[in-house]
Design a protein around this ligand. Structure first.
Ligand SMILES: C[S@@+](CC[C@H](N)C(=O)[O-])C[C@H]1O[C@@H](n2cnc3c(N)ncnc32)[C@H](O)[C@@H]1O
Length: 189
């Protein structure tokens, strides 16, 4: 409640919405998964349940108090108190050139066009052709031009953008975007 312009939510995501977002997390091998804007960790728990032993789960959270809380409450999580706008540099510092999935809880509607584009460009670089990206939007926000613009930007950025069913058991109801194959990596683009 103290930082509405940074958090952009009235409640943590429900387990059902988290399951949609985490559906791209590989259950085998030693995947590397990055979570952007984990907040209090509602989605982190569901990601962690899917991840096999030996995998890496990195979370980038802007709010220092939330980052501290995650470090304390989730010892398996690699918490970075940082800005998703610096994603490429944060991962490079940790020797991570590629990741299997990026799962975002970022409040996209609060970001300007350039910030959205910059974060998405860094996401597409790290997931490459084989990885996946998921994020969510609130149903009631869809009439807003910013929300429609974000959907358009996703469709321009990725070859495949799937829109999930509406998760009614979320406050407020929401749906997920499941995105694959950055358009910039496709032949002829
Ligand atoms: C809508 S909350 C989502 C929290 C959680 N993922 C969930 O679904 O319940 C957005 C989170 O993104 C964080 N955030 C906002 N801007 C950010 C940025 N530029 N970089 C990293 N985290 C950011 C906020 O501090 C907040 O924790």
């Amino acid at each position: 409640m103290r930082r509405p312009a940074q958090v952009g939510a009235v409640a943590p995501s429900s387990a059902r919405l988290a399951a949609v977002l985490a559906s791209v997390v590989p259950r085998e091998g030693c995947p590397v998964v990055v979570e952007l804007g984990p907040g209090t960790g509602a989605v982190s728990s569901v990601i962690a349940q899917r991840l096999p032993a030996g995998s890496r789960h990195i979370a980038v959270e802007l709010d220092p108090a939330m980052a501290d809380y995650l470090r304390y409450s989730r010892p398996g999580l690699e918490v970075i108190n940082g800005d998703a706008c610096e994603l490429a540099a944060l991962l490079a510092e940790r020797g991570v050139p590629r990741v299997d999935a990026v799962i975002s809880g970022l409040p996209w509607a609060l970001f300007g066009r350039e910030t959205q584009a910059s974060i998405l460009a860094q996401v597409t670089d790290v997931i490459g052709t084989a990885g996946a990206f998921t994020t969510f939007a609130y149903l009631h926000g869809m009439p807003l031009s910013t929300a429609r613009r974000f959907r358009r930007t996703l469709r321009e950025t990725f070859d495949e953008v799937l829109v999930s069913h509406t998760v009614w058991r979320n406050l407020p109801p929401a749906f997920g975007y499941i995105c694959r194959r950055p358009a910039a990596t496709l032949p002829g683009r």
